[in-house]
Write a protein that binds this ligand. Structure first.
Ligand code: SAH
Length: 365
């Protein structure tokens, strides 16, 4: 079988190739960090990723009902926390701002909520920051490069399709032991995948019953991210809602995926022009959250979560009010909760501060 033709090398690929020629092959995490976050040419610094003209579509972009239900979750959480005033309404990676705009719209109905909320958006992409500003209209918001920059205080945190951007390392169990998957150069000087030498010790993500050929992944930045959330929630009350795609348990397998204009491509093509993601390891995420002292709920499938928040009733009410939109509304809700669509592949977890006054679990868990 012949390999599909490679896309011409981008300038960022040429720069990464030069780096590899000097220093030797690099981990998949180093490659991903360059491809996504290189200051001048990284995907999340330079591109407009979302929507029909971009590379992928997310839940809040599919239907406003998603943001409305998340707004309901936030409003109930704010009440559960005894209405802290002021509080940080934080979104990590808000994309085009659709989710936060829908949340704000629906939360105008909750007395006191918006007056108390300081909208804090953590976003690296200048184009997306501009979209977020437009989506929010007259609502004041503050932008940050990292969560650490957000002022301390009670916080409600949202992250939809944010953790899948965290760079991952990949390991493969071969006949002679564990090897790290690396990015090196082929004979033509193009980027190619290869294996590093056998490791002296198995990687920390290895399982005792792993068999030859198994691939294991770990995101080195996950611990730092969870630490940052936990440090905030250990000082003040608060809650975080994390939604992403991944297995509820730690699964094995290669989940590295590159999307370019809504097509899956070789992650080593269109470097800096394609979105590169990996499944979130929810078991690892929850273990870290608990280790850092947070109470966790989930994972719950997106289907279960949205259904328990009443997505079907909301769809039916919208259809009654707009009968001509029936097929569009039914289709978009099916994309959000259908088993064959996002319903099963996406998982939802929430994290609670030990300082929260409410004894019960968050809505939807
Ligand atoms: N939450 C949005 C967009 C998801 S795409 C939605 O559901 O529509 C990922 C988002 O995270 C983009 O806005 C991207 O620019 C941002 N992002 C990715 N990595 C980031 C990082 N390390 N720090 C801050 N923002 C990041």
């Amino acid at each position: 079988m012949t390999e599909p033709a490679r896309a011409p090398a981008t300038e960022l690929e040429v720069r990464i190739a030069r780096m590899i020629a000097h220093t030797g092959p690099i981990g998949v995490d180093v490659f991903m960090a360059q491809a996504l976050y290189n200051q001048e040419a990284g995907y999340y610094r330079t591109q407009k990723p979302l929507g029909s003209t971009g590379d992928f579509t997310t839940a809040p972009e599919i239907s406003q009902i998603f943001g409305e239900l998340i707004g309901l979750w936030l409003a109930q959480s704010w009440l559960d926390l005894a209405c802290p005033t002021p509080f940080n309404l934080i979104e990590l990676g808000p994309g085009r701002g659709s989710l936060i705009a829908d949340v704000v719209r629906v939360c105008t109905k909750v007395p006191g909520f918006l007056e108390a909320a300081d909208v804090q958006l953590v976003e690296t992409n200048p184009y997306l920051r501009a979209s977020q500003r437009r989506a929010l209209g007259s609502i004041t918001a503050h932008w940050h490069e990292t969560l650490e920059e957000v002022p301390s205080g009670p916080s409600l945190i949202l992250a939809n399709e944010f953790f899948d951007c965290l760079p991952i390392r990949q390991f493969i169990l071969g006949e002679t032991g564990w090897h790290e998957k690396l990015v090196g150069l082929d004979g033509a000087g193009r980027l190619t995948f290869g294996l590093g030498p056998a490791l002296v010790h198995p990687p920390t993500c290895a399982h005792p019953d792993d068999t030859i050929g198994v691939v294991r992944e770990m995101a080195p930045g996950l611990e730092g991210m969870m630490d940052s959330i936990a440090r905030r929630l250990l000082i003040h009350s608060g809650r975080a809602l994390i939604m992403d795609y991944g297995d509820p348990n730690t699964a094995s397998g290669d989940t590295l995926q590159a999307l370019y204009r809504h097509h899956n491509i070789n992650p080593l093509d269109h470097v800096g022009e394609a979105d590169i993601t990996a499944h979130v390891d929810f078991a690892a995420l929850l273990n870290l959250a608990q280790k850092f002292g947070l109470t966790t709920s989930g994972p719950t499938s997106q289907r279960e979560f949205l259904c328990s928040l009443g997505i079907e009733a909301r769809r039916d009410a919208l259809i009654r009010a707009n009968p001509h939109c029936e097929s569009e509304l039914s289709l978009s809700v099916e994309r959000l909760i259908g088993e064959a669509h996002m319903g099963q592949l996406f998982q939802v977890v929430s994290l609670d501060s030990p300082l929260n006054p409410c004894p019960g679990p968050p809505l939807g868990s």
